[in-house]
Design a protein around this ligand. Structure first.
Ligand SMILES: Cc1ncc(COP(=O)(O)O)c(C=O)c1O
Length: 418
């Protein structure tokens, strides 16, 4: 491979910098990591043992005879169909459900199936950085549409889709996280979901609806999925057990029109998902243990969210603005203009706070500088206040010289609360 070719390949990848000498992390508010205290270790071990005892063939590859190689273990697909089948057209069957290696496995398969180099892919701004990286690796022509307090701005989406079509480069995929959007935590209202499905149909685009966090609802009413408004078989809905059970299972899924899933099956080259893990998960679901586990976990995450909100109001009022998310793992902080965000983020790191810089959620350089994503999932509840106090100190130092408010002087809920 020639030097210029190597350089152009490297340019498509997110640059990696080895940082073995970073300050120690004392509070990990950074990734979308579940709380390890909630991993259902005993129940899962029992289910794994029961699955292997039931049928040792589950430790084998899947088979093409019953499509478990490409679509995944059947009993888990059946359990998912029972739970999510109402979003699919009447008559939906196992051919409408595919297991994948985590939610990212489904997103990658969808992108690889429908995007050729140069094809237009529309994403939200901000959005999950991994999806952005994936689109870039596939050499997609990535277009961003703003995501505000009501999620993806569907007026802006319509304008974007029209413009792309007028330019002779119609969008192939719209990637959206309508429920507990990453990083903003917002939820798209039902009416906008309906419009999104209709727009996709009109523009012959496929919607990849990322529902990875959708089951993690602490407040508010669940909204119907975008897929439930899909009359043309255009919406692929992605789910995952990573945030609700354990990421190490690497088990996610995608539901959708049979013809779309058969394209994904053709593009598939990963030799499937662990049949053993899938059957164990099916047993976990069928026995009712999953629902009990989920409701315990939701109660614990709700408490953590509230502890984090209270700490932010004490420590960061006047320095940052945020909304309290109804679900998911994240707070999205907008640092006020008088806070020197670069300095504050550096000081926060030096104090041992790991949080995700806003820049990582935008495809365009220069965006997201005043923003910071804080995950409340992984840090133990009793340690959250200490971490946020340290963050508040960093922000106050970042605002030094600009008449920063005293700690806890502004107790109004910013940005209209939840
Ligand atoms: C928005 C979003 N989608 C999908 C995923 C995929 O996770 P997994 O592949 O572990 O299911 C993640 C993980 O962080 C995520 O944040």
């Amino acid at each position: 491979m020639s030097g210029p070719e190597l350089a152009s390949r490297a340019a498509r990848l997110t640059p990696f910098r080895y940082q073995g000498d970073k300050p120690a992390v004392l509070w990990s508010f950074t990734g979308g990591f579940p709380d390890p205290a909630h991993f259902p270790v005993r129940e899962l071990s029992d289910c794994l043992a029961a699955a292997a005892g039931e049928d040792p063939e589950l430790l084998q590859y899947g088979s093409s005879a019953d499509e478990s190689l490409r679509y995944g273990e059947r009993s888990l697909r059946q359990a998912l169909l029972t739970r999510h089948g109402d979003d699919l057209p009447p008559g939906a069957c196992l051919a409408n459900v595919m297991l994948t290696q985590g939610g990212i496995g489904a997103i990658e398969l969808a992108f690889r199936s429908f995007v050729d180099p140069g094809d237009a892919v529309v994403v939200e701004a901000p959005t999950w950085g991994v999806a952005l990286t994936l689109a870039r690796q596939l050499r997609a022509d990535v277009h961003a549409v703003p995501a505000g307090p009501a999620g993806l701005d569907v007026d802006a989406l319509e304008a974007k889709l029209d413009a792309l079509r007028a330019a002779g480069r119609p969008a192939k995929i719209v990637y959206t996280i309508p429920t507990f959007q990453t990083p903003t935590g917002t939820v798209m209202p039902a009416a906008n979901r309906r419009r999104l499905a209709a727009l996709a149909a009109r523009h012959d685009a496929i919607v990849v609806e990322d529902g990875t966090y959708a089951a993690l609802r602490y407040d508010g009413l669940a909204q119907p999925s975008v897929q439930s408004f899909d009359t043309e078989g255009r919406v692929l809905r992605v789910g995952s057990f990573s945030k609700t059970v354990a990421p190490a299972l690497r088990t996610g899924w995608v539901t959708g029109d049979r013809a779309l899933l058969s394209v994904l099956a053709s593009a598939r080259s990963d030799l499937g998902v662990s049949q053993w893990a899938a059957r164990a998960l099916a047993l976990f679901l069928e026995s009712g243990q999953y629902d009990a586990h989920l409701s315990r976990m939701l109660a614990a995450y709700r408490r953590k969210r509230d502890v984090l909100d209270a700490a932010l109001r004490r420590e960061c009022a006047g320095l940052a603005e945020w909304s309290v998310p109804d679900g998911g793992y994240f707070f999205w902080l907008r640092l006020r203009e008088h806070v020197d965000a670069g300095k504050a983020k550096r000081l926060a790191r030096e104090r041992g706070i790991a949080a995700r810089p806003g820049e990582q959620f935008f495809g365009t350089p220069g965006d997201g500088g005043q923003l910071l994503r804080i995950a409340f999932s992984q840090v133990a509840e009793e340690r959250i206040p200490g971490g946020i106090a340290a963050l508040g100190e960093a922000l106050r130092s970042g605002a030094a010289g600009a008449a920063a408010p005293e700690r806890g002087t502004d107790t109004a809920r910013p940005e209209g609360g939840r």
